[in-house]
Design a protein around this ligand. Structure first.
Ligand SMILES: Cc1cc2nc3c(=O)[nH]c(=O)nc-3n(C[C@H](O)[C@H](O)[C@H](O)COP(=O)(O)OP(=O)(O)OC[C@H]3O[C@@H](n4cnc5c(N)ncnc54)[C@H](O)[C@@H]3O)c2cc1C
Length: 452
């Protein structure tokens, strides 16, 4: 079992196991009793009794089912047990593997530095039943339908994550989402192989990095004007474009892919790129198709609509991780975040809500990182159109940051090899501290020294 490296320079637990391992089910250290959540959902208790007929059961007999055995699901079951859930906890996942970490798939696994990234958690000691290789197919009140039969639940947390978007008609192209995808792709990255990557997003850049290190000839095709068109303004994406050339990668922006053909990729401008392998990295969509007809509300993108405590509109059903859209008062919008930090924290927050813990609404400062072309790129917060954009340093300097201000207060920060900016900026965003723009734009001034 591999020890997990969590996102660098972040205040997250060094190892899940350090906090949870060895907690036996029902151990005396656990909070006795199971609390039902408070909240606007009248009928929760009623739902438990009328639908499952178990309201009179003791806490030991209630069943919490968590569906989706990824990071959010794993963190949820751990927090549930730690928080005092004395009944059964069942974690259902369609992959054959115990929960594992995904960020290393496009980094250490592709680079051949790791073969497995299993989360270091002792489910037996926690009294968590793992049902792997089992896919949820539908939901009725009190019952999770799976491809291997029905599972009754008193409380359900949906953490089925997101799946990569495929290119229509490009069946022979590779996607990168699972450990098996990463191991299969790694085997194909050989010196001289011609790899075409569709999409210069976060994952595309990381796969390109690994493929070059393996000696492949790499071309990246991006329909937008610059890398990361969905995430960052073009002027910032353009500052990253030289990274591709420096790594010996042919980056083609502003041109779409028309078709993936045997041995080549046909572009919208009619040209052909020879390709031994094609990898598509054009984003992901929530893995929620199986909820059709369940009464769980989905937004237009397929994300599960939850409230500030991660509850769906269906009594007893919560959701966490890449598959949810939650209201963010901090951002003034609903957010659907598909990053590691959100999976970790929302998994824990869903457990806390289930246990009735009196927590503030779930609304952290979003955070993620990406390791590409030998650089650490980190982003915190959420920028919006109209925010003032300040550069701290120049891309020519090698390390630089970009800060977004809204009414003088930072709304987001992007840091390239400037982890201190990230750490300080994240706290300032959290606090809503106003900054002096001139000081904040000076890379020689610590960000925390730019407050007014
Ligand atoms: C290659 C890669 C690299 C990444 N790198 C970074 C990074 O550097 N930084 C960062 O912040 N984030 C990164 N991410 C994103 C991060 O890993 C995800 O945000 C996080 O894993 C989401 O966790 P989750 O538990 O919500 O969903 P997932 O990890 O997707 O887990 C959901 C699980 O549910 C299962 N499932 C789906 N449908 C069903 C069903 N019907 N029944 C049963 N099980 C089901 C899935 O098979 C999956 O195992 C990366 C993601 C990938 C794929």
């Amino acid at each position: 079992m591999t020890r997990i490296r969590f996102g660098r320079s972040q205040a997250v637990p060094a190892r899940l196991s350090a906090r949870f391992a060895g907690l036996p089910c029902g151990a005396p250290t656990l909070t006795p009793g199971v609390c039902l959540p408070e909240g606007p959902y009248e009928g929760w208790d009623k739902a438990l009794s009328t639908v499952t007929g178990v309201a009179e059961l003791s806490g030991n007999e209630r069943i919490a089912v968590v569906v989706g055995a990824g990071l959010a699901g794993a963190q949820c079951v751990l927090k549930l047990r730690q928080g005092g859930w004395r009944g059964r906890i069942v974690l259902v996942g369609e992959e054959p593997h115990a929960p594992y970490d995904r960020p290393p798939l496009s980094k250490d696994v592709l680079l051949g530095k790791a073969d497995a990234t299993t989360l270091d958690v002792d489910y037996d000691a926690l009294g968590v039943e793992l049902l792997l290789g089992r896919r949820a197919t539908g939901l009725a009140p009190g019952t999770l339908h799976t491809d291997a039969g029905d599972l009754p639940y008193d409380a359900l947390v949906i953490a089925t994550g997101a799946v990569p978007r495929a290119l229509p008609g490009a069946e022979r192209a590779h996607l990168l989402h699972t450990l098996d995808d990463a191991l299969a792709l790694r085997a194909l990255l050989r010196p001289g192989r011609r790899l075409v990557l569709v999409g210069a997003g976060w994952i595309g850049a990381e796969v390109a990095t690994a493929a070059r290190q393996a000696g492949c000839e790499v071309t990246v095709v991006e329909a937008g004007r610059a890398p990361l068109p969905g995430a960052l303004p073009a002027e910032i994406g353009r500052a990253m474009a030289p990274w591709y050339a420096e790594a010996g990668i042919d980056l083609r922006c502003g041109v779409g892919v028309e078709a993936v053909e045997p041995g080549s990729v046909r572009l919208a401008d009619g040209s052909h790129l020879p390709a031994d392998e094609v990898v598509v990295g054009i984003g992901a969509r929530p893995a929620t198709g199986w909820l059709a007809g369940s009464g769980v509300e989905l937004d237009a993108s397929g994300a599960i609509v939850v409230d500030g405590r991660l509850r769906t509109g269906v009594p007893g059903v919560l959701a966490a991780g890449d598959c949810v859209s939650y209201p963010s008062a901090r951002s003034g919008a609903r957010l659907a975040v598909q990053h590691w930090d959100h999976a970790l924290h929302s998994g824990g927050a869903a457990a806390a809500a289930l246990l009735g813990e009196d927590a503030a609404p779930y609304d952290p400062v979003p955070y993620f990182w990406s390791e590409q072309f030998g650089r650490m790129v980190q982003y915190a917060g959420r920028h919006a159109e109209g925010d003032e954009l300040l550069w701290r340093g120049s891309p020519e300097d090698g390390s630089w940051s970009v800060l977004w201000l809204r009414g003088g207060v930072p709304s987001a920060l992007l840091a390239v090899d400037r982890p201190r900016d990230l750490a300080q900026g994240r706290k300032l965003i959290e606090r809503g501290a106003a900054l002096d723009p001139a000081l904040a734009a000076d890379p020689a001034v610590a960000l925390k020294g730019a407050t007014v």
